[in-house]
Design a protein around this ligand. Structure first.
Ligand SMILES: C[S@@+](CC[C@H](N)C(=O)[O-])C[C@H]1O[C@@H](n2cnc3c(N)ncnc32)[C@H](O)[C@@H]1O
Length: 198
């Protein structure tokens, strides 16, 4: 495959650009290099875009070494984006092929020393300033207690991979674990992201 065969870069407000290896990123944006692969996270899906935008908005400013948990990291796009914003990341992924692709992408972005990979949530060592999970509703419901338990005091929880009809069940499961707080709901087309912040 030559550079000319690659898909065009994906620009996301406010600050991201996703490029393939060999593509020259535009100026003024943080770029994430993602090699073509089989796993989820090429940047075209609205849930990935909602998560990247929320990570940029909620990343602690001026503090490197802040911590993010990426549950269901796919090809590593969110973990790499957070690492580019100074985070130290635990990335959890059940699929071995996806982990291999995420490790390769982390190396391509020179952030492999900032991301620790594991296959299950038991491999995550909290607390985390941001916990992000772009994953299907049944998995979120199953791991609600574990995810909330890994949040730092004052941390934020970002859940996506959801459509409008998922919102009531997810809110009902997570809000009681978060002092009864209600989430902010962000939307892109049919897709939703729920954010609980302190
Ligand atoms: C929708 S993709 C998200 C990928 C990437 N984080 C993004 O936002 O584009 C969800 C990922 O979660 C993984 N996954 C599903 N169930 C899981 C589980 N129980 N534990 C860890 N990873 C899981 C899938 O293999 C898939 O790669």
């Amino acid at each position: 495959m030559t550079v000319r065969d690659l898909p065009p870069p994906i620009s996301l407000s406010p600050c991201w650009q996703i490029v393939a290896p060999g593509q020259v990123p535009g100026s003024g944006r943080l770029h994430i290099v993602i090699a073509p692969g089989a796993s989820f996270g090429d940047g075209t899906h609205p849930t990935t875009q909602l998560c990247l935008q929320a990570i940029a908005a909620l990343a602690p400013r001026g503090r490197s070494g802040w911590r993010l948990l990426d549950f269901g990291c796919g090809n590593g796009v969110l973990a790499i984006g957070a690492a580019r914003l100074g985070a130290s990341v635990d990335a959890i992924e059940i699929d071995a092929t996806a982990i291999a692709e995420a490790e390769r992408n982390a190396r391509l972005n020179a952030v492999d020393d900032r991301i620790r990979f594991a296959h299950t949530l038991d491999g995550a060592v909290g607390p985390f300033d941001l916990v992000v999970a772009n994953i299907l509703r049944p998995v979120l419901l199953e791991h609600a207690v574990g995810l909330v338990g890994l949040l730092a005091a004052g941390g934020a929880l970002l859940l996506s991979g959801l459509v409008a009809t998922d919102v009531p069940a997810i809110s009902a499961r997570f809000s009681p674990l978060l002092d009864g707080r209600r989430p902010e709901v962000f939307e892109q087309g049919e897709w939703r992201e729920l954010v609980w912040r302190a």
